[in-house]
Design a protein around this ligand. Structure first.
Ligand code: HEC
Ligand code: HEC
Length: 324
């Protein structure tokens, strides 16, 4: 008996020691670095069509995180919707400034960063979503816009802020947060004439609604989005502009807790203008005012085809949430 106790004691001491070593390692190493991605890219044609399409994409997808609310330029800011337990994170200056923005980067470096999440320095941009499955045309259009004369990307000499991950944030950055692989094949997007396939592309790759609208922001699957925990069933806990918890909503076709009883028009109003049948939508739900009706209808059509999940979130009322 005594012997067994002594062994248990040693085992516990060993475990504590190992845990302490791991903690020191994470604390000292900070965020892990990788071999920088190498991408061969043919010169990008900055056609007016690409600049225009890229503008719509950047203002819909990137601006919410990268825009300075005072100057309207994409010079970076504190991200307020990240729960404090992960630390404080700042988006970077992505204006044309050569020193503080991305004016000095090659197009290949910018594309590789968007695809993989890795910079030319091999550092992972941990909070930045990667756009691994975005179509080639969408990616090149984004680059064309970032190089354009538009006021939002005009050179701005604001230095990017260093990241301030908490210990927990560093653990995540060294474990579950991984860079994506560079695609080995060209990526084409489905044609809008197939609304369900096009809608799937918009939800999983272009606007990445599933990142916020699945069950947990730490349990999304970047490789196979539909395998994310609680795919599109809502319930992920984010933070509003005041730092209070805000829960994403169920966008599956469940008639009681999802959008099964909504019309395509109601859905379009909620997505574009934040006007939901449940009332005005708050930050961090982006306002997709530049999406086309073709896009909102395709997303609506696609959402009707995915497995419905019964998952009550706060707007369904306290009784529904308590009863789940
Ligand atoms: C959820 C917020 C978020 C969204 C959405 C987002 N970014 Fe970022 N982005 C970040 C953060 C945070 C960083 C800085 C990460 C770091 O330094 O660790 C960053 C960094 C970058 C960088 C690297 C800058 C540098 O100097 O290394 C580029 C380029 C970039 N973003 C472009 C984009 C583009 C283009 C889009 C839209 C397609 C986009 N981002 C969407 C949060 C975001
Ligand atoms: C950055 C996280 C985030 C992203 C990305 C996001 N949403 Fe949301 N969305 C939210 C949050 C949070 C709410 C709840 C807002 C509230 O409670 O006021 C919400 C609410 C909604 C609602 C209202 C649902 C209801 O029952 O009232 C719809 C519709 C919606 N989002 C559609 C979308 C679509 C479509 C996309 C992708 C094109 C998307 N969202 C991307 C965070 C996000």
């Amino acid at each position: 008996m005594k012997k067994a106790l002594r062994w248990t004691g040693w085992l516990l001491a060993g475990l504590v020691f190992l845990a302490a070593c791991a903690a020191t390692f994470v604390q000292v190493r900070g965020i892990h670095s990788y071999a920088p991605p190498r991408l061969a890219l043919a010169p990008v044609a900055y056609t007016p069509e690409r600049v225009e399409h890229g503008r719509r994409l950047v203002l819909s997808v990137c601006a919410e995180c990268h825009r300075d609310k005072q100057t309207q330029r994409l010079s970076g800011q504190l991200l307020r919707d990240i729960p404090a337990q992960f630390g404080r994170f700042y988006s970077a200056n992505i204006t044309r400034d050569r020193q503080h923005g991305i004016g000095g980067r090659t197009d290949a470096e910018v594309v590789a960063l968007l695809r993989t999440g890795l910079g030319p320095d091999g550092r992972i941009r941990s909070v930045m979503p990667n756009f691994a499955r975005l179509s080639d045309e969408d990616v090149l259009s984004i680059v064309a816009f970032l190089r354009s004369a538009d006021p939002v990307v005009q050179a701005d000499a604001t230095p990017s802020h260093a990241q301030e991950p908490s210990f927990f944030g560093k653990v995540l950055a060294n474990t579950i947060i991984k860079p994506a692989e560079l695609p080995t094949q060209p990526i084409q997007q489905p044609s809008p004439t197939d609304p369900v396939a096009f809608g799937r592309y918009l939800v999983t790759s272009r606007y990445k609604c599933y990142d916020c609208h699945s069950g947990d922001i730490l349990k999304t699957d970047g490789q196979q989005p539909e395998k994310s925990f609680g795919y599109m069933g809502g319930g992920a806990v984010l933070q509003d502009a005041q730092g209070h918890d805000i829960v994403s909503r169920n966008l599956t076709a469940d008639p009681e807790t999802g959008i099964g009883d909504w019309t395509a028009e109601q859905f379009g109003q909620a997505m574009k203008f934040g006007r939901s049948p449940n009332g005005p939508l708050r930050y961090p739900m982006p306002k997709y005012s530049l999406v086309t009706d073709e896009e909102t209808r395709a997303i609506y059509a696609y959402l009707k085809t995915i497995p419905a999940i019964k998952n009550a979130t706060p707007e369904d009322g306290p009784a529904a949430v308590a009863g789940r």
